[in-house]
Design a protein around this ligand. Sequence first.
Ligand SMILES: NC(=O)c1ccc[n+]([C@@H]2O[C@H](COP(=O)([O-])OP(=O)(O)OC[C@H]3O[C@@H](n4cnc5c(N)ncnc54)[C@H](OP(=O)(O)O)[C@@H]3O)[C@@H](O)[C@H]2O)c1
Length: 273
Amino acid sequence: MAINTTLLFIGCGNMGAAIAGGALRQMPGVRIVALDPDPDRARSLLPPGAEVQLHDKPAALTGLSPDLTILGVKPQTFPDLAPEVMSLMRASPIVSIMAGISLDRLNADLAPSAVVRVMPNLPALVGQGMSLGCTTAVLPASTTTVIEALFNAIGRFDWVAGEDLFERANPAFACGPGFVFAFAEQMILAAIGQGLPRDLAERLVHQTFVGSAKMLSEDPRGAAGLKRAVSSPGGTTLAGLSVLEAETGLPRLLSGTLAAAHARALELAKPAG
Ligand SMILES: NC(=O)c1ccc[n+]([C@@H]2O[C@H](COP(=O)([O-])OP(=O)(O)OC[C@H]3O[C@@H](n4cnc5c(N)ncnc54)[C@H](OP(=O)(O)O)[C@@H]3O)[C@@H](O)[C@H]2O)c1
């Protein structure tokens, strides 16, 4: 799909650069301009030779009229953005990828712009991210198309209705990679506990996660169906699953894990004071 559009990135760090790189790969005709105080670092995070106009001073953006602005600074940096950057942002629809800054606050600070919150996750850095969007704005179809193309370019994108559900979804996929890595780490340690050398345990577990993730993404049986397929009656996998899926095992652990992450997000979103 050829998309003749100008994207402005405010902040071109790990996530901004991953999104910009995806756009350059998947959205022919896109023009990308980025503001970041450290253009050398930003350049190092972008794909080699990426055609991104990088600036370190807001003044360089004077006269720019982006079709969409991607706000990718750390949440704690948001209040310090220069007034001219805030004015520029108020002239285009905005996607904020900042964790924990609510639509109410963004709408108040960036009115009259249409604001969308999108939460990408870490695998966006390898083009396999999961991103979720929500908004209270009524977006022009052309803006919706660009947002969907942009986040599908770094993996998959979906919308959710309402910010409450957006926040409730975040632990499963935004924190999710951390939980998956923790599971892999414990599996490696358990394999070492069975007497395997660490490097072999790591190779076995890493490839098991890669292969299982590929099956999850390609096989219509889904997680429960694939688990059944690998568990023959009276067999070894089932013996392991009887421990893993006991009431005090994964079911309770994971519901507690997601609940704790959500509770912390609510705490962090409270105004300081
Ligand atoms: N990384 C993730 O997995 C992930 C997932 C979901 C959402 N997010 C969100 O994505 C945002 C960026 O995260 P990140 O990991 O990409 O952080 P990051 O690497 O620190 O990127 C933020 C970038 O913004 C730059 N910046 C700071 N002040 C600026 C200003 N006034 N104008 C323009 N740029 C400015 C920073 O430069 P300096 O370093 O020089 O200050 C840095 O290059 C955060 O809000 C985070 O909540 C990240």
